[in-house]
Structure formats: structure tokens, C-alpha cells
Design a protein around this ligand. Structure first.
Ligand code: NDP
Ligand code: OXD
Length: 310
């Protein structure tokens, strides 16, 4: 019998279990920490698993992430290294992420911080708008989510540039890759949207050097991972006025600790890691399809390249 373990302290178990059961009627769904006989568990669907938990399942065959990112699984030093790790590729999640990126950019592009500040003094002050066709959005990461974000910004009339590790070709998007590509792209980007996976190569990428390469007055929208940002560098760039604002969904420490400068920063808009949610109604089907493929010996979708780290 197929036994699937669900383990997450942040996702709605009451929604997940019925959806998994509906899509995998032949399987038994167990919810951690009620493991039962651990040797019966063949598949695990996890978000931030406790270190050592996966290693305690002797007959595990594949690890699924309740997330598009799987960095939260790779950080477990005891993770059984021979097992496939599978991230979530989900159309609903992708669309939510694009909505969020657009929200973040338009917040600043349509001068919302200024208009909201005017309310404190009851000032009726119409400002001349920025001309969209002359504004460039740069998208770091052109994967399952980044391509959609880039294409949607283009459909709004922005100039769009994108950056990936390997060369990409996307209609109407100026695609860059590698360190030289990043250096060429940054000076053009009034808005920088980060939707990279967190790897050894991308950790801390939004640092003083990158921020200094953006045009004065640029805005950063981060919906990748908090680890992409060097917080002190971003705060310094905001304090100097070089960076006009930041729209942040993800943080180095989550939950963001009390007293962190981001909480009350007038030029920072922040949300608690909600840019894209893995909605069980849509994602349980993806997990079920992958389990069936695995059982038939077929390739699953979203398997991580463990060398690359994403
Ligand atoms: P993909 O794996 O499909 O795409 C990753 C993209 O990043 C690819 O274009 C890849 O390049 C590029 N990339 C990776 N490493 C580098 C590098 N060193 N230099 C340049 N480009 C690089 O991921 P998704 O689009 O599905 O998701 C991206 C990330 O978004 C997730 O890993 C997660 O961290 C984050 N996320 C956050 C959510 C939230 O709620 N805030 C929700 C969902 C996801 P190449 O094309 O060459 O491989
Ligand atoms: C994800 C996330 O990776 O929620 O999907 O951050």
C-alpha cells in the first residue's frame, strides 16, 4: 500500500488531507507527528521538515516540497542524499506570484507611498505619472515563475529584462545570463524583481554592489527568499535614498523578529511570506500525478538537480 506522510507546521492540514485522499484514494495519508509504523512510509510531502525526520523513514522513496523552493529540505544535513527531491510546479502558485510582483512594482510606479503620506496632512496633490514604456523591470530568475512575471510586465507596456543562469530566449524580453549579463542589465532596471531559488550562488546576491549598480531611485521587490538580500546593505541603500523602496515577502529570519528595522520602515512594504501559496486543491493533484509516475518508473516533474541546488 502507498503511504504518504504530510508534514508541515505552516500549511492547512484540514485542506491538504482531504485533497490528497481525493487524488490518491488508494493511499493512506498520515500527518506528522503521527507516523505510525515508519517503515511503511514511501513518500513524504514536507515544508521545513525537522532535521533528521526524513532520515528516520527507512523506506522513503521520494521527498516532495510543499513549495516551489526546496531549500528548506536541502538544509537538513541528515536528508537521505540518494532520494529524489521534487519541488512544486503549479499554475495557480505561478499566477499568485505574478500578481504579487505586479502589486509590488505598481505600488511604487503609481506613487502610492507619496499619496498615502499626503493623507496624513490631508494634502490633495496630483503628481505627474512615470511613463511606463520608458521604465524597465528586471526579473532575476526566468524559471517556471519568472517567465510568467516577465511576460505579464511586458503586457503592461514596461520594458522587461530578465536574468538566468543559462541563456534563455523569450519573445519581447531582453534576456541576460551569467555574471556579465547581470552587470549589463542592472543599470537599466528601475524596478528589480527577485524570484530566484536560494542556492550557494544566489545567497546574498542583493548586496551593496548590486544595489549600487541599479539606477538611483530604483525599487526592489523580493519574493524569492530572504537569504537573497543582505539586509544591512538594503537598509543602508534605503537610508541614503539611492534605493527608493522595497517590497518584501521573504526574510532572512522568518518570522521576522520583533524590532527589526523593516517592520516600521517608511519605504518598506512587507508581507509574511504569502506571495504565492500552494493551494491544496490544485497542488494535491500534482503530487498525486508525480507519485503515480514514480510508481510506474516514469520521470516526475519538478525533480531538483541536486548538484545545481534548484
Ligand atoms: P525555477 O527552478 O523554475 O527557476 C529558477 C530560475 O532561477 C531559472 O531561470 C534559473 O536559471 C535561475 N537561476 C538559478 N540560479 C541562478 C544563478 N546562479 N544565476 C542566475 N540565474 C539563476 O524556480 P521557480 O520559478 O519555480 O521558483 C523560483 C523561486 O521562487 C523558488 O525557488 C522560491 O525560492 C521562490 N518562491 C517563493 C514563494 C513565495 O511565496 N514567496 C512562492 C514560490 C516560490 P536557468 O533558467 O538557467 O536554470
Ligand atoms: C514556495 C514558497 O517555495 O512558498 O513555494 O515559498
Amino acid at each position: 500500500m502507498t503511504v504518504l506522510l504530510f508534514s508541515s507546521e505552516e500549511d492547512p492540514i484540514d485542506l491538504w488531507v482531504p485533497e490528497l485522499q481525493r487524488n490518491l484514494p488508494e493511499a493512506e495519508i498520515r500527518v506528522a507527528p503521527e507516523f505510525g509504523d515508519k517503515s511503511e512510509i514511501g513518500y513524504a510531502l514536507v515544508w521545513k521538515p525537522k532535521p533528521g525526520m526524513l532520515a528516520s523513514l527507512p523506506n522513503l522513496r521520494a521527498i516532495f516540497s510543499v513549495g516551489a523552493g526546496a531549500d528548506h529540505i536541502l538544509v537538513d544535513p541528515e536528508r537521505p542524499k540518494q532520494l529524489p527531491v521534487v519541488r512544486m510546479i503549479d499554475a495557480y502558485l505561478r499566477d499568485m506570484m505574478s500578481e504579487y510582483a505586479i502589486l509590488g512594482v505598481l505600488h511604487f510606479h503609481r506613487l502610492m507611498p507619496e499619496y498615502q503620506a499626503d493623507r496624513a496632512t490631508e494634502t490633495w496633490h496630483r503628481r505627474w505619472p512615470l511613463y511606463t514604456p520608458e521604465c524597465t523591470v528586471g526579473v532575476l530568475g526566468l524559471g517556471a515563475i519568472g517567465i510568467d512575471i516577465a511576460t505579464k510586465f511586458r503586457s503592461f507596456g514596461f520594458q522587461v529584462r530578465g536574468w538566468s543562469r543559462t541563456p534563455r530566449e523569450i519573445p519581447e524580453i531582453a534576456c541576460h545570463h551569467g555574471p556579465e549579463g547581470l552587470a549589463a542589465m542592472l543599470p537599466n532596471c528601475r524596478y528589480l524583481v527577485c524570484v530566484l531559488p536560494l542556492t550557494e550562488q544566489t545567497r546574498g546576491i542583493i548586496d551593496a554592489e548590486l544595489l549600487g549598480a541599479l539606477p538611483a531611485g530604483a525599487v526592489v521587490v523580493n519574493l524569492g527568499r530572504g537569504g537573497h538580500v543582505v539586509d544591512e546593505d538594503l537598509l543602508a541603500a534605503l537610508a541614503s535614498g539611492r534605493i527608493a523602496g522595497a517590497f518584501l515577502d521573504v526574510f532572512n529570519d522568518e518570522p521576522l523578529p520583533a524590532g527589526h528595522p523593516y517592520w516600521k520602515h517608511p519605504r518598506v512594504v512587507m508581507t509574511p511570506h504569502v506571495a504565492g501559496e500552494i493551494v491544496p486543491r490544485s497542488a494535491a493533484r500534482t503530487v498525486a500525478e508525480n507519485i503515480r509516475r514514480h510508481q510506474r518508473g516514469e520521470a516526475m516533474t519538478g525533480v531538483l538537480d541536486l548538484e545545481r541546488g534548484y
